[in-house]
Design a binder for this molecule. Structure first.
Ligand code: AMP
Ligand code: MG
Length: 429
C-alpha cells in the first residue's frame, strides 16, 4: 500500500496503471469474433490483415486522356517538341479494351483513349490528360512537356501489395480502415470482443434524472460524461446508476459490477479524510490503492483490482467526484489503460503545440490541465486561450474547450506568447 501522503507524478501513475490494465480477450477462440464490416467501426483488429490481392489489381489510368508508350517522347527533350499519335481505340473503366486497329498491343505512334480507372492497354505506360491534347480527327497532338514517362498511371499494388500487412493487429478500425478492408474484398473482419465497463456514481447528494431536485442535492452529470467517453472508445458500457453513501448498497453494486464487467469506473468518495463508505468497501472487496496524484484537477484516485467470486479480478478506476476532474483523469489515465485492455496499442491523445494568448499561473511540482480553446490566428499560427473559470466543478468549461492545455510537472508560470502543449479532444470526447 502506498503512503497516502506521497503524490505520484502523472507519468508514474500512468506507468502503474498500464501495468495493471492487462489486455483482455486475447484468446483466439474465446476472445475474437468475426463480424460484418459494417459493424466494425471503432473495433480493435484481432489479427493482422494480409492483403490477398494487389490493390489496385491492374495498372490503370489516373486521368481521362490518352494512353501511349513514353518512348515516343524521347525526341522532345528540348521541351518544345510536339507528339502526334493515332487513336486506335478506347479503354473505358470496367470494360475490356476495344479498338478497330487492335493488334494486341499499342504501337509506338499510337494511343488509346482512356478513362480514369480503366486498365492500361498493353504497350502503354503513360497517360496524357485530355486537357493537354488537341484532337485532329483520328489523331491527337500535344506538347512533349505536358507529360513525363509514367505520368498518370497507377501501378498495380501501389496501394497494397499482395502478401503485405494491410492493417496490423491492434489497430482501431477507423472509417479509412473500413474502406481499406473493403478494397480487399473482405466482408467480415476478425476483431477482439468488446471490453465491458461498468460504471456508477456515488454520493448521497447525487440524484438521477427524472427525480425532482431535493434540497442540497445535484443531478448526476458524471455518469453521462463517463458514458459518452466510453462510447467514443468503443467499449460496451453498463450503467449501474447512482449509489448512496451506504455500505450495503455499495457492496451490492460492486458485486454486480464485478460480475458484469472487465473494468469498473466509479466517481466520488475517494478523497482523503472523507467520511464515506466507498473507500472502505473498495478495500474490503479487493486489492486497491488510494493514490494522490500530483495533478490538477483530479488529485485523489483509487486504483486496483476487485475480486470476483470465481477468483478472477476486475480492474477498478475510482475517480474523484468533481465533474471536470472525472473527465481529466479519464482522458489522461483511464483512457490509455482501457485502450490497452481492449488490445489496442495504448494511444495518448495527440498533443499540439500552440502559442498561449493568455498568462497562466502555474506552480512547479504538479501537472495541470487547463481547459483551452485552440484556434488559428491571422498569421496562421495555432494559438490557445483558457476558458476562464477553471474550477473542477465547472463542466461548462469542458463544453467550451476543444482541448486541455497540459502544463507539465516542472513547468512554472506561462507568459503570453509562450508555447504550450494541448491535448486535443477530437476523437475522444
Ligand atoms: P466527492 O469526491 O465524492 O467528495 O465529490 C466531490 C464533488 O463532486 C462534490 O461537490 C460532489 O457533490 C461532486 N460530485 C460527486 N459526484 C458527482 C456526480 N455524479 N455528478 C456531479 N457532481 C458530483
Ligand atoms: Mg461524495
Amino acid at each position: 500500500m502506498l503512503d497516502a501522503q506521497i503524490s505520484l507524478s502523472i507519468d508514474t501513475a500512468l506507468e502503474r496503471l498500464l501495468r495493471l490494465a492487462k489486455p483482455t480477450h486475447t484468446d483466439a477462440k474465446a476472445g475474437f469474433e468475426n463480424i460484418p464490416l459494417h459493424a466494425a467501426l471503432g473495433r480493435i483488429l484481432a489479427q493482422d490483415i494480409i492483403s490477398s490481392i494487389h490493390v489496385p489489381p491492374h495498372d490503370n489510368s489516373a486521368m481521362d486522356g490518352y494512353a501511349f508508350h513514353s518512348s515516343v517522347l524521347s525526341g522532345g527533350k528540348d521541351g518544345d517538341g510536339m507528339t502526334e499519335l493515332a487513336i486506335v481505340g478506347k479503354a473505358l473503366a470496367g470494360k475490356a479494351w476495344s479498338g478497330e486497329a487492335w493488334s494486341g498491343e499499342v504501337g509506338s505512334k499510337q494511343c488509346v483513349q482512356i478513362t480514369t480507372g480503366a486498365v492500361m492497354p498493353k504497350g502503354c505506360d503513360t497517360v496524357v490528360p485530355s486537357e493537354f491534347v488537341t484532337l485532329h480527327d483520328t489523331h491527337i497532338r500535344f506538347a512533349n512537356k505536358a507529360v513525363v514517362a509514367g505520368d498518370n498511371r497507377r501501378k498495380a499494388g501501389e496501394d497494397l501489395m499482395r502478401g503485405s500487412v494491410a492493417l496490423a493487429s491492434g489497430s482501431q478500425i477507423t472509417p479509412a480502415a473500413l474502406g481499406l478492408i473493403a478494397s480487399l474484398g473482405m466482408a467480415q473482419v476478425p476483431v477482439r470482443k468488446r471490453l465491458r465497463v461498468a460504471y456508477f456514481s456515488t454520493g448521497d447528494e447525487v440524484m438521477s434524472l427524472g427525480e425532482s431536485l431535493r434540497e442540497g442535492a445535484i443531478y448526476d452529470s458524471n455518469r453521462f460524461t463517463v458514458f459518452g467517453m466510453l462510447a467514443q472508445l468503443g467499449v460496451d458500457s453498463v450503467d449501474l446508476g447512482v449509489v448512496p453513501d451506504n455500505q450495503d448498497a455499495l457492496e451490492a453494486t460492486f458485486h454486480k459490477a464485478c460480475d458484469s464487467a472487465d473494468a469498473i469506473i466509479t466517481s466520488g468518495g475517494v478523497s482523503v479524510g472523507e467520511a464515506d463508505h466507498t473507500k472502505t468497501m473498495m478495500r474490503q472487496l479487493g486489492d486497491v490503492e488510494f493514490w494522490r496524484i500530483a495533478m490538477r484537477p483530479g488529485r485523489p484516485m483509487a486504483v486496483g483490482e476487485l475480486n470476483r467470486a470465481d477468483g478472477s479480478k476486475a480492474v477498478l478506476f475510482g475517480l474523484p467526484g468533481n465533474p471536470v476532474a472525472v473527465m481529466v483523469t479519464f482522458l489522461a489515465l483511464v483512457r490509455p489503460a482501457l485502450l490497452q485492455m481492449m488490445g489496442a496499442k495504448a494511444q495518448a491523445l495527440p498533443l499540439l503545440q500552440a502559442k498561449s494568448s493568455v498568462a497562466i499561473r502555474k506552480k512547479a511540482g504538479r501537472t495541470e490541465y487547463q481547459r483551452g480553446i485552440v484556434s488559428t490566428n491571422e498569421r496562421g499560427e495555432l494559438v490557445v486561450q483558457t476558458t476562464g473559470n477553471q474550477g473542477s466543478g465547472v463542466l461548462s468549461s469542458m463544453v467550451q474547450a476543444n482541448g486541455l492545455i497540459v502544463l507539465s510537472h516542472e513547468q512554472n508560470d506561462v507568459a503570453v506568447g509562450d508555447i504550450v502543449r494541448v491535448m486535443m479532444f477530437d476523437g475522444a470526447i
